[in-house]
Design a protein around this ligand. Sequence first.
Ligand code: CU
Length: 620
Amino acid sequence: MKFQILGTMQMISILYQWTTVSSVVYPPSNQPYTAIHDGNFQADYILRVTSKIIATDCTTRLSTLVNGTLPGPALRFKEGQKVWIRVYNDMDEANLTIHWHGLTQRMAPFSDGTPMASQWPIPPYHHFDYEFQLQLGDAGTYFYHSHVGFQANTAYGALIVDEADGNPPYHYDDERTIAFQDVYYETDDRIEFNIQNPNNLIWPGNPKNVAVNGKSRAMNETYARPGPGCEMGVIDVAAGGVYRLRFIGATSYSQVFVAFEDHLNLVLIEVDGKYIMPHVVDHLEISSGQRYSVILFAKTQAELAGRNRFWMQFEIRSADSDDVRGYGILHYNTSAGPVDTFTLPAEKVLTLPNESYADGWLEDQLQPLKPDPSNPFIRLQEVTRRVYINVQAIDAKTMTGGDTEFYFQNGAPWYEKPEPFIPDVPKEPYLVSLYRNRTNYFPDYQRAVQGNGLDNVTKTFPAKVGEVLEIVWYLVGGSRFGDVYPHAWHAHGDHYYDCGTGLGTYDPVVNEAKLLARHGRIITRDTSNLYRPDPSTVAPEPGKVFTWRAMRVRVQNPGVWMIHCHLLLHMLMGMQTVWVFGELKDLTPLPAHLVEGYLTYGGSAYGNASYAPRVLHYWH
Ligand SMILES: [Cu+2]
């Protein structure tokens, strides 16, 4: 693929207005109170989650769906808006939560949607009202998904936040959302069972295919009938238009590489809900949980010369070697007639790059559009505590007696489900324990500082408000085979300064010089890749540190926040950490009578067919 730099004038024309980004701390409007949400209650959105058979990739599968569709409905909000979203769990047996991926739930203590961390999951046939307030600087691309088991594979949808004044900093005529999702044919239950089977881990491996906005046509599919559930995704554009394409990595396991035929000048403008300086790319590399916006300049009528269809080619890069490739269609809404969404290209259209290893993709190249004056770049000397976290696959035979592995972070895995073979996993959500004054679940700060950040009794990583953390993730060779795989880390609770990645061990001084050479123009984001080195250049070795990834954050939002690998397969193997920001008084600011209904599974904050919930109003 050839790379052509846009003309300066074209670049300037899209950069027509600078924004002033500043975080504002919003206090609650009134004294918080509780109210019964009966028939008069009006939510901004209602999401109903079911388990039902749906066809994707010409194959039917029992899937967890939001409002019966794949993906679920797109939610749209404005900065500053106060939000109620009612979520119904209409499933017979499974629990449910919804996480608002990328949004910082400042002071919305029970709304982060993490089971056994910030809330009890919603029991079958119950509903739960999520409340939060969007803030200035939140405009961008997000998504929502279940945070229970493997449900997020299909239970997800786009969440878009618009500018309070309706003026994004880049000009475009219209926008399209392109969400990638992995297509597995096994059910959520089967995948969870296989991967958590204590006797014999059965690795599900790569997905069968990748879907574009829920639509997919497998490359090797011989099924001959076009129709719903058996077609490629289409992105409609008009000739001459300027489009913002919002890409969402809603995959369960894959990193998706994607490019458009004959449209190789894409201008990257947003990363994980934050605007950046324009950066021209010819393809994107989207890991699970990541979002990117690009500007696509559609061809003019004359340039099209009668053509109305171009391929969007995507391929996955993962440690499992099977080649998974698929297509979507960039369709020009011209007079050339309806588009064939069924016939795949006879030959590969584009040659996409190989997997990115520890030197990454766009590493050290992206700059914020406007640094945030309320949270400027964190210099090395401001860091008050550095936490190294060893991420390692551990032979779990001694724990389960079977042939299986867990992922450990500094010596412990974390699971949302209490399992008999893992001692000391939470029996109730941490935030609930704190409110219930169950002292055996209080994170012990001293224990954590002595234990490389981990309080090994409560399985949490506590931090105090005012601390400035540098978290360095080390990719360590697995205990059995010495092997390492790439991971897509996602942080709840805040956007972190992305301080880079590299081979071997982390050298803070050397890295700081590299960061300062960028004049402090470092981006914040809520995802980052812990890459592996090119396996053809290094031999596997148990316990060896292969690569690092560093991030910095000012601890300012009290709460129970997860930082976890967003690859659902790895999450299910324990690759999750729970951070408790703040001390008990910061974490439990509300009096007992306001939170009572949240403290038991199926408590009075959780409604059902015969019972209206009593709900905490924090912002409203
Ligand atoms: Cu991972």
